[in-house]
Design a protein around this ligand. Structure first.
Ligand code: HEM
Length: 149
């Protein structure tokens, strides 16, 4: 379990919610462009859901919901469970998470522009790993259930 986010980190992340509401799909579309430079990562995804815009919209909604509820993650329980189930179905592993961080954080920086101060980006980096650790832990449990040793 990762260290809880500080009140300052939560406040910085929460303060980006209005910008994410406005620019979330631009951020995730740019993120996927960066991510798909790696053909092995690209192969994990259903390209029809990319081209229709469905997956960039789903990820943008998840990131916005996370920013809005970062101080009360209970509200996200069902959504996180659904994401983990989908990740299991598409064979996502903990070792994939750094590539998403490396694609998402620069996309936040590029789209938010001046609003993405160093403090905001540091808060988002910490928040990304906090969220990733929750998903990774749940996915590990689900893999253990489906792949007995
Ligand atoms: C904190 C990090 C992450 C978040 C918040 C996240 C969020 C999501 C969401 C909201 C969905 C859609 C679930 C649905 O069907 O309703 C999804 C699906 C998916 N995610 Fe993630 N994800 C994360 C990390 C990753 C990583 C590291 C990978 C692998 C590179 C990945 C690959 C996928 C794939 C392949 C799908 C299925 C999309 C499809 O149908 O093509 N995700 N994720």
């Amino acid at each position: 379990m990762s260290k809880p986010l500080s009140p300052q980190t939560m406040a910085l992340v929460k303060a980006t919610a209005p910008a994410l509401q406005q620019h979330g799909v631009a951020i995730t579309t740019l993120m996927y462009q960066r991510l798909f430079v790696d053909p092995d990562i690209k192969a994990l995804f259903d390209m029809a859901a990319q081209e229709s815009g469905a997956q960039p919209r789903r990820l943008a909604a998840a990131i916005l919901a996370f920013a809005q509820n970062v101080d009360r993650l209970d509200a996200l329980k069902d959504a996180l469970e659904r994401i983990s189930q989908r990740h299991i179905a598409t064979h996502i592993r903990s070792e994939h998470y750094p590539a998403v961080a490396d694609a998402l954080l620069p996309a936040i920086r590029d789209i938010l522009g001046d609003a993405a101060t160093d403090a905001v980006l540091a808060a988002w980096a910490e928040a990304y790993w906090f969220l990733a650790d929750i998903l990774i832990a749940r996915e590990r449990e689900l893999y253990l259930e489906t792949e007995p040793a």
